[in-house]
Structures are given as structure tokens and as C-alpha cells.
Design a protein around this ligand. Structure first.
Ligand code: PA5
Length: 447
């Protein structure tokens, strides 16, 4: 396994018998998932997706990626939520947050759009692209999400201005539902290249489908290995035995902590390239668990940066926090600390160490300080930042949140609450069909 789960930092917070008491409920949750008999079972195809990945689909993703690489210096990936976070986090994790700055003439840069409604952000991205040739991968499972559809309209307009109607259509790849939604209709009418978002996998579980794999393949990620890592992970994290299944241990630990009043989880990292891993994780956990007035609030921290911002709160603030630290065992690019004559900066004692050793030691020290401050601490050690490890890491968290959702007796695979903001926004914008609501919402804004 590429992952080690370490619960050493829970010893003073959870007693062994508490795990034993939760065992029957864990069994039920596992059975519901395995037998596809729990709430939202229609959206559990991610469970054995990687090991059954359709070879034809993989070949098509690679072929389209090659086409993009040949025709464009830039790929604009348009999507929001699960339709972008997976690709973004994997790109940072496997390549670099500086991937676009480091890309050479042979590589295609990957930018993300349509994940907010900011005009400034869109203008700035258009400026960054400048006169570079670009293609678009518009991703939307429902095929009608406003943020993505609106951004697509802007980039389509730009493509048409540059390459004409036919030329524009040849630079668009649509990733959407096989038959439903506005985007599918447009794709058919305009004959865009296209890929399918499987109906049995929800957005936040879709990184290992065409949703995440096409942008990653364009960036040169070994997508077969990513799938291989997840396929191997299926064996480990589907195990029934609690002691042999770290995803169960993690899910159980979170649940026991929640019942003791630790209702906020901080996913912490010690690598800036994992910042978006936390963003992906927050969506996975928050959208899956936050229902029926229940659920652990997902938050994140980037260390050591955030120790100098809200580290004070973590150490001494309200005691409803627990921490899960994702730590990477082998960092590819370490640095020896330069040797200097004398000790003017007071750092001579570090000269025999590397920068990574200092980082790892800081991580150890912070974990101990937080435990002493009353913050339960877990660690997920990842062997290295490669495709196989990431495939396993993705599966580990997906399995854990599915189990956790069933422990909470909610449907972990829907997101009904996301509709509330859309209703208010559509009513205020005057979208046809929302006429009855429009005046009510507008009156509230006028007080
Ligand atoms: O997990 C989910 O299903 C959501 O967060 C979606 O990914 C998000 O709302 C985007 O939806 P769509 O892909 O339909 O545009």
C-alpha cells in the first residue's frame, strides 16, 4: 500500500472499546455499500470503477488528449465543483502548482475557468491566454450549470472570433451526461468531440472518469497508473476486517470524535502542492456529509504557512477541532541547507540537515503541540507524489466518506442543498420559470 494511516495522536481522545461499540454500525454501512442497497446506491459505481475501466474510453481520452496537444498550447478546462476540483488537485499534486509556468514549448498548459462568476477572473485569464492557440474542455455532468455554461459561452465566442464557427467546433471537447442536458444537445448539434460522465458516479466522485482524466492526460499525467493505484486500493479499502482496512479506521475515528463534540475537521498538509487536494477533499466531505443538520465541517490548513495565521486558534481556541494531516514520505526534490562561515543567522545547527528534514520535523513537532493543546490528530502518510499513490489516496477518502455517510444515516451521494442558492439566484436574475419567486426575493433585498 502507498498509504499508512496513523492514529497515534488519538490515543488520549479515543478508547479501544469505543471502536468496538461502533463495529456493528460499520458492518451495516459496509453491507449497504457492497450490496448497493443504501441511500443513493445508484451513484456508487465509483466503488469498482477503476478496476473495470473501459479500455475504449481510455483510448479515446488519450486520442483526444493528443489532438489537444497537437493543436493548442493551452487547454481551458471549464467546470465547477466536481467537474474541476479533481483535475486541479491532481495536476498540482502530480506535476506542480507552477505547471503552467514551467511548461515548455512541447507541453500544453492547463487553465481552469467557469468555477466562479467573476468577470475580473475571466478577463485576467483571457489576458493570460493572449494570442496562444487554445482548446476548450467544457465539463458538466448535468450539462446546465450556470457558472460553466456562462464561461463556455465566453470562450466559445473567443474561439469563433479566432477560428470561425467550424474551427471553433474542432477545438471543443464536451464532457457531459450521455443523453441528458443542454450541453449534450449542443454537442450533438455542433458535432463536438465528446466524452461521457457516467450516470452512476456523482461529480465529487468523478476524478477518475473522463472528467479528470482528459485534462490530466493533456498535461502528460500517466492516467493508466492513476487508475491502477485506485484499482489496487479497491482491494484494501473494501476489506471487511477493521484492523486491515484504514478507511474504516479513519471513518470510525472521525465519527467517535464527532460524537464527543469535535465537529470540525482540519485537513492539513505540509506541501503547497497539496493545497488543492484539501479543496477537493472539502467538497467530497462537505457535500457528502452535510445534511439533515448533521456532519463534520470540513476545513483545511496549509503548514507551516497557516501556523502564522490561524495556528493560534488551532492551539488554543474553541476545542471542537480535530486534525487529519496528509504527509508525504518521499519528497522528490530535497535541498541541502547551504553551509556558511560563522553563525550569523543562528542556523548553523541545521547545516547537517536537508530542508525536507526540517519540514518533517516541524510536522512532528506541530502534531505533538496540537495533541497537547487538545486537538485529536490523525496522519495519512502517502509514499510519494506519484500517480499510483494518488489513485489510492483518492479511493481511501471516497470509501471513508461513503461509510461515514451511512454512519450518519444520510445519503452521501446527493446534494439537495446546492439547489437553494440557485433558486434565489435564478429568481433574482429573472430566469424564465422563476417568475413567482422573483418579486419575493427582490423585495427581501430592498428590506
Ligand atoms: O458533486 C457534485 O455533484 C457537484 O458538486 C457538481 O460537481 C457541481 O455542482 C457541478 O455540476 P455539473 O457537473 O453538473 O456542472
Amino acid at each position: 500500500n502507498a498509504i499508512q494511516f496513523d492514529s497515534f495522536g488519538l490515543r488520549s481522545f479515543i478508547k479501544e472499546h469505543e471502536y468496538e461499540e461502533l463495529a456493528p454500525q460499520l458492518k451495516v454501512a459496509q453491507t449497504l455499500l457492497k450490496e448497493k442497497s443504501g441511500a443513493g446506491a445508484a451513484y456508487t459505481d465509483w466503488i469498482d470503477w477503476a478496476s473495470n475501466f473501459d479500455g475504449k474510453c481510455l483510448a479515446k481520452i488519450k486520442q483526444l488528449a493528443k489532438k489537444v496537444q497537437q493543436q493548442s498550447r493551452v487547454l481551458v478546462v471549464i467546470g465547477i465543483g466536481g467537474s474541476y476540483l479533481g483535475a486541479k488537485m491532481a495536476l498540482d499534486f502530480l506535476k506542480s502548482p507552477w505547471y503552467n509556468d514551467l511548461a515548455d514549448d512541447q507541453e500544453t498548459k492547463v487553465y481552469f475557468a467557469g468555477n466562479q462568476l467573476s468577470a475580473m477572473a475571466l478577463n485576467q485569464l483571457l489576458q493570460v491566454i493572449g494570442d496562444q492557440d487554445f482548446s476548450v474542455n467544457v465539463i458538466s455532468k448535468s450539462g446546465q450549470t450556470t457558472e460553466a455554461a456562462l464561461a463556455f459561452r465566453f470562450f466559445k465566442d473567443e474561439l469563433m472570433k479566432r477560428y470561425g464557427q467550424d474551427g471553433a467546433a474542432k477545438r471543443i471537447i464536451a464532457t457531459t451526461d450521455a443523453s441528458q442536458g443542454t450541453l449534450r444537445q449542443e454537442t450533438k448539434a455542433a458535432s463536438y468531440d465528446n466524452l461521457v460522465v457516467p450516470s452512476g458516479i456523482g461529480g465529487r466522485f468523478s476524478v477518475l472518469t473522463a472528467v479528470g482524466l482528459l485534462p490530466l492526460a493533456v498535461a502528460g499525467v500517466a492516467i493508466d497508473e492513476l487508475l491502477e493505484g485506485a484499482a489496487q486500493a479497491e482491494k484494501t479499502y473494501q476489506k471487511e476486517s477493521f484492523t486491515d482496512n484504514p478507511a474504516l479506521q479513519y471513518a470510525a475515528s472521525r465519527r467517535i470524535l464527532y460524537d464527543k463534540g469535535y465537529t470540525t475537521e482540519i485537513l492539513a498538509n505540509w506541501e503547497p502542492s497539496l493545497q488543492y487536494f484539501s479543496e477537493w477533499w472539502k467538497q467530497l466531505m462537505g457535500e457528502s456529509e452535510g445534511k439533515n443538520r448533521k456532519g463534520i465541517y470540513p476545513s483545511s490548513a496549509n503548514y507551516s504557512t497557516d501556523l502564522h495565521s490561524f495556528g493560534q486558534y488551532i492551539q488554543e481556541g474553541r476545542r471542537d477541532l480535530f486534525e487529519t494531516v496528509v504527509r508525504v514520505d518521499q519528497i522528490e526534490s530535497d535541498l541541502a541547507i547551504p553551509k556558511m562561515v560563522g553563525d550569523g543567522d543562528g542556523l548553523a545547527y541545521l547545516e547537517e540537515k536537508t530542508l525536507e528534514e526540517v519540514n518533517q520535523t516541524a510536522a512532528d513537532g506541530v502534531a505533538l503541540a496540537h495533541i497537547d493543546g487538545g486537538v485529536p490528530n490523525m496522519a495519512v502518510y502517502v509514499a510519494k507524489q506519484d500517480e499510483k499513490s494518488l489513485g489510492e489516496l483518492i479511493y481511501f477518502f471516497e470509501m471513508a466518506v461513503a461509510i461515514s455517510g451511512y454512519l450518519f444515516a444520510i445519503n452521501p451521494f446527493n446534494q439537495p442543498g446546492v439547489e437553494a442558492y440557485k433558486t434565489a439566484m435564478f429568481a433574482l436574475l429573472g430566469k424564465p420559470g422563476y417568475e413567482d419567486e422573483t418579486e419575493k426575493y427582490r423585495a427581501r433585498l430592498r428590506h
